[in-house]
Design a binder for this molecule. Structure first.
Ligand code: FE2
Length: 386
């Protein structure tokens, strides 16, 4: 049966896209019935001044707020539980997240526990959050994770040294205020890692075995935007026009992957992030060409469509040459973006590979990878990336 004949649904939150969108939070919070706002951010975003813009907007409409910033770069289960306790103690009734994927995921976790009780780890898996969260407004400050539009939330469990995924329409925010201006204070390396994470979202969503005509539209447009503008934006970090194109590429990737899910790249990266507390975007960027090489032959025509969206000319090339051309281009992008890493430079050793592969094999992202991968396949992918 063709994809067009299969059941598919598409879920997206309301969003406002454009410069100064972050300053609209006060009025929207009021419209959603807020009487006290729980603002989740992190120290870096606070230092850059973006959180203050958001709280000033709450002040403008006389909404009281409290700020929670005890969030690590891979948000931990106990940080979510501390946030939920603070949310209850402060008697808030609406959550605003300002930051990259970590504060946004932490905010989602606080919302889940606040409405449903129990422990955040109780909700691991797909569609296991019974009650809706309090209203959640997200203001992303990186052009990458798309947690502001997705039905995913990822948490680290340091006791087990792994990550858990919560996938539920209950964690889709009520509103995303997507403003390209905060991207201008990301350093070049964070911009590169988050931008390549977004490109990974678009590629994995496009070749996912749960893709649909609607997710394809967004995924291919994302590939086009990110391959055209990411490197340019790294050379002109203050150019809000270029940052807007990257932010739009990230948004479109988010709309695609939230509905088509991801693949082996994210399964491998999530395992690395949980086991060694490595940065999510950096892991995905390091692995991307290896996973494309593994998956290409399972769906060559879809990878060729990705190449064409990148502007590559495939005329007259054999399948093997087309694969090589795509890999060369992705490696060129990584190189130009300054991602010279292999996993060993991130602190991964060959002794870690077996445990990492076992955890990756349990990751729900693997279910939609176009090529089935057993534990040994995943070990080989890690070994090739060392
Ligand atoms: Fe990602």
């Amino acid at each position: 049966m063709s994809i067009e004949q299969q059941l598919r649904k598409f879920l997206a939150p309301e969003y406002v896209f454009g410069p100064d969108a972050r300053r609209m939070v006060g009025q929207y919070a009021k419209n959603l019935g807020a009487h006290k706002v729980f603002v989740v951010s992190d120290p870096g975003v606070v230092a850059a001044g973006w959180t203050a813009d958001v709280t000033a907007s709450l002040d403008d409409v006389l909404l009281p707020w409290t700020l929670f910033t005890a969030v690590s770069s891979n948000p931990r289960a106990e940080e979510v539980m501390a946030g939920a306790a603070a949310y209850a103690a402060e008697q808030c009734n609406l959550i605003v997240a300002v930051g990259g994927g970590s504060p946004i995921d932490c905010a989602k976790g606080v919302g889940i526990v606040s409405s449903n009780g129990g422990h955040i780890l109780d909700y691991e898996g797909i569609d296991r959050v019974p009650l809706p969260m309090p209203p959640l407004i997200c203001i992303p400050t990186t052009g990458g994770t798309s947690a502001d539009v997705s039905q995913f939330a990822i948490f680290s469990n340091p006791q087990k040294k792994n990550k858990i995924a919560i996938v539920s329409k209950s964690v889709v925010p009520d509103l995303a205020l997507i403003d390209p201006q905060p991207l201008t204070t990301m350093d070049a390396y964070l911009s590169a890692c988050t931008g390549l994470d977004a490109l990974t979202h678009a590629i994995e969503a496009f070749v996912s075995n749960a893709h649909s005509p609607m997710t394809d539209l967004h995924a291919l447009e994302s590939v086009r935007l990110l391959s055209r503008y990411l490197l340019l934006s790294l050379q002109a970090p203050d150019d809000v026009g270029l940052r807007s194109q990257v932010m739009m590429g990230s948004l479109q990737a988010g709309l695609a992957f939230s509905n088509a899910i991801l693949g082996a790249n994210h399964a491998l990266a999530n395992s690395l992030g949980g086991f060694l507390d490595l940065a999510h975007g950096e892991c995905n960027a390091t692995l991307i060409d290896h996973v494309i090489a593994f998956n290409y032959d399972s769906t060559p025509e879809r990878f060729d469509a990705i190449s064409m969206a990148m502007g590559l000319n495939l005329n007259g090339l054999s399948s093997r040459e087309r694969k090589e051309k795509l890999l060369q281009h992705v490696r060129f992008m990584k190189n130009q973006a300054g991602i010279a890493n292999v996993l060993s430079t991130l602190g991964v050793s060959s002794a870690d590979v077996a445990g990492l592969a076992l955890n990756a094999h349990h990751d729900p992202c693997l279910l939609t990878n176009p090529r089935s991968a057993n534990v040994r396949d995943l070990e080989v992918l890690y070994e090739e990336s060392l």
